[in-house]
Design a binder for this molecule. Structure first.
Ligand SMILES: [Zn+2]
Length: 432
């Protein structure tokens, strides 16, 4: 009897050992050949896009890819072209279809842009960082991260519009010819090129720190809104406001100096509520990596200027929380900020955006839609022949991954199941 029990134990241990060896270990050692999942795809796209300062074409490709992967919650708008013919693409993200927004009600909206000044490369990268945070959240972290509820509420109750590069012509020129270029690239006189796009907006146009000389680095243009890049944004935001979006925030990223400007001059936009929120944002920024961002009007912290975009947003469109944010650093590397600072700068701003988002959700006076036409809705629809091609490519890859899964079952897994069955049979024989 004792011998029988010992034999049973030996058989059981033999079974466990062989099962582990052949089925579990062998399976883990098997090389993984299946193509990356869409999750890995977006994760690695963000890793790549934040690894360095990207050319405009890469930024555009990234926006399109993100839009394709989240077609239910994103929209891509073509808001017009630049002087040199580059497209200006705006990405909108929001869980509109999941939310129960009545047909005639607007959605709370926020605008974030960067790169109006060509040489400030950290600005587009910071917009991309924020887009990445939202997308990684949608793919991976929903329900897991500590901010999950906050971000879900934000995307359910508001829409976020992103334009990473306001001045793509100048931005490209700063990569290829002159790293310190600031203006756009439209010829303005026989000898000079470019208008300072942050001096070309209608509010305060021709004011402080804006030159009438076309050769000046801060040339304001022949008249207000003379530049395609400016007028494209003016028309787009005005049209969205007349349809289903009501902007409560307008953020425009610049560099450098680590400052949050609540307005260009005293009295322009420095109302109490917006200033209080800017201090809250600055506190959130400091908690991340210890970086200090000053808060105030640009005339208090640096110098006044006229014709800037955030003053237009604040005073013409009446967007409550409108800020110009000067990103890192405080002058050590200035416009030539190293790529290692892309992620920490983005992390700081993401914390500030979450603070801003909470304020947007608390904001009052959401108005009803009154004069939205179908023409306005369709005006900025993005159509690109390559978009369809890319979709097909992704669908094909999914098909291939299913094929490889089926062939795996046919080869390796069946072998494992057979081994288990034989072992089980041996045990039954030993026990009987
Ligand atoms: Zn700037």
């Amino acid at each position: 009897m004792a011998t029988r029990i010992i034999l049973n134990y030996i058989a059981l241990y033999l079974f466990i050992f062989l099962y582990n060896y052949y089925c579990i270990r062998a399976d883990h050692m098997k090389p993984r050949e299946s193509p990356p999942s869409p999750h890995q795809h977006i994760g690695s796209a963000c890793d790549l896009i934040l690894d360095g300062y990207q050319r405009h074409q890469e930024v555009e490709n990234f926006l399109r890819r993100v839009c394709e992967m989240h077609e239910n919650v994103t929209e891509l708008f073509d808001i017009g072209s630049t002087y040199e013919g580059r497209r200006m693409l705006v990405l909108k993200i929001g869980f509109k279809k999941q939310a129960t927004t009545p047909a005639n009600e607007r959605r709370k909206s926020a605008w974030i842009d960067g790169g109006i000044h060509a040489r400030e490369h950290i600005a587009p990268s910071t917009v991309l960082y924020i887009i990445c945070q939202v997308h990684i959240f949608i793919f991976f972290l929903k329900g897991i991260t500590v901010n999950s509820k906050k971000i879900t509420n934000l995307l359910t109750q508001s829409d976020w519009y992103f334009l990473p590069v306001v001045n793509p012509d100048g931005y490209e020129y700063s990569f290829t010819k002159n790293r310190m270029w600031r203006k756009n690239r439209r010829p303005t006189s026989p000898n000079c090129i470019g208008v300072d796009l942050n001096r070309n907006w209608i509010f305060g146009w021709g004011g402080a720190d804006s030159e009438a000389n076309p050769c000046a680095f801060n040339y304001r243009g022949e008249h207000a809104e003379s530049e395609a890049e400016v007028i494209n944004i003016v028309r787009f935001i005005t049209d969205q406001q007349s349809c289903d979006s009501q902007f409560f925030s307008f953020i425009t990223y610049h560099s450098y100096g680590q400052k949050i400007y609540t307005g260009a001059q005293h009295g322009y936009g420095d109302n109490n509520e917006a200033t209080a929120l800017a201090y809250e944002m600055s506190k959130s920024i400091k908690k991340v990596n210890g970086a200090h961002y000053q808060v105030g009007t640009s005339s208090a912290l640096a110098y006044p200027f006229g014709g800037g975009s955030s003053d237009w947003a604040k005073r013409v469109v009446q967007i409550k929380y409108s800020y110009l944010i000067e990103l890192r650093d405080r002058g050590q590397n200035g416009f030539l900020l190293t790529r290692k600072e892309i992620v920490p700068t983005g992390q700081e701003q993401w914390a500030a955006i979450l603070k801003l988002g909470a304020a947007i959700l608390n904001a009052q006076n959401l108005k009803k839609v009154i004069n939205c036409t179908d023409e306005t809705k369709l005006k900025y629809q993005y159509k690109h022949p390559k978009l369809e091609k890319l979709n097909i490519h992704i669908a094909q890859r999914h098909k291939n991954s299913w094929k490889s899964m089926i062939s795996n079952i046919g080869s390796t897994n069946v072998k494992h199941y057979l081994t288990v069955f034989i072992l089980f049979f041996v045990i039954i024989v030993l026990l009987s």
